[in-house]
Design a protein around this ligand. Structure first.
Ligand SMILES: [Zn+2]
Ligand SMILES: [Zn+2]
Ligand SMILES: [Zn+2]
Length: 284
């Protein structure tokens, strides 16, 4: 299974638009891995995690074809993870050629919120009725904690996240040919139910991407900081959920308490994980 990180930044992107802190300055001066788009990831060629606002910028930069995406696994509907404008272009009046059908998997709450945002783009548009689903050439699969679906060559499982609980945030497990990948942003501490699910299903991850919004010693709301990432990795390992060779990568990074990419990577290496970057590809 190939995973391409299209974006590894938090809601702020990085550098932040008006910020002159050392991390943001490093972004402007160094470019490359110090420039972070809002988070999303492509699995193979046909499965997208989060229809985010920066996916086209990533597609231009990294030469990926979002037009091949058949399945969208949506973590939640926060604006850094969902851009309704991308969905609207699927309406016939935008004259898109060779449009492939799309299946959107998300929690019922996320689908409701995505639908409300769609209506702001196009009066009356909704994800909740068959007529509009047909007009948009898509189907919607509501999924809740523990639900599993087979999508093409892969099996995906929805896992609850305690990030914005009323919004029905989900983490995703993607399995292909005996390999398992955990995509865990946005999240705070993994819930006991999430760990039990991994244990009960016998899941051992070959790779995991974990929310790392804030740097060392900088706990914040609704997300993990570096120290908490180390703790969550320990919890996953103690629960027997990590393969010995598991590739652990931080994603969804902002600037608070952070270091520029190179220095942050040195810190992370000393703790047993790595820092993902925009355009990074891994084979699992
Ligand atoms: Zn986010
Ligand atoms: Zn900054
Ligand atoms: Zn969020």
């Amino acid at each position: 299974m190939r995973v391409t990180f299209l974006g590894t930044g938090a809601a702020t992107a990085c550098p932040l638009v008006f910020c002159r802190c050392p991390v943001c300055r490093a972004g402007w001066e160094r470019g490359g891995k110090d420039l972070r788009r809002r988070s999303s990831a492509l699995i193979g060629e046909d499965t997208l995690i989060d229809l985010g606002p920066d996916i086209m910028s990533a597609a231009f930069a990294f030469g990926v074809d979002i037009g091949q995406v058949r399945y969208c696994l949506q973590t939640h509907a926060h604006s850094d993870h969902f851009d309704a404008g991308h969905l609207i272009t699927r309406l016939p009046e935008y004259a898109v050629r060779d449009l492939l059908p799309l299946t959107i998997c998300a929690s019922p709450q996320t689908i409701e919120r995505m639908s409300s945002r769609l209506a702001l783009e196009e009066e009356g548009a909704t994800l909740l009725d068959k007529t509009w689903q047909r007009r948009l050439s898509l189907t919607v699969r509501p999924m809740e904690h523990g639900d599993t679906e087979v999508l093409g060559a892969r099996r995906v499982t929805a896992v609850e996240s305690a990030h914005d609980i009323s919004g029905g945030s989900l983490l995703w497990v993607v399995e292909e040919k005996g390999s398992a990948f955990l995509y865990a942003t946005d999240t705070v501490r993994l819930t006991d139910r999430a760990l039990s699910l991994f244990h009960d299903r016998g899941l051992t991850f070959d790779a995991a991407a974990i929310d790392h919004t804030y740097g060392p010693g900088t706990p914040g709301g609704g997300h993990l900081c570096a120290d908490e990432v180390t703790e969550e990795i320990s919890r996953l390992r103690e629960a027997g959920c990590l393969a010995p060779h598991c590739r652990l990568l931080a994603t969804h990074l902002s600037h608070e308490g952070m270091l520029p990419h190179r220095e942050m990577s040195q810190y992370a290496r000393s703790k047993g994980y790595g820092i993902a970057w925009d355009g990074m590809r891994i084979e699992i």
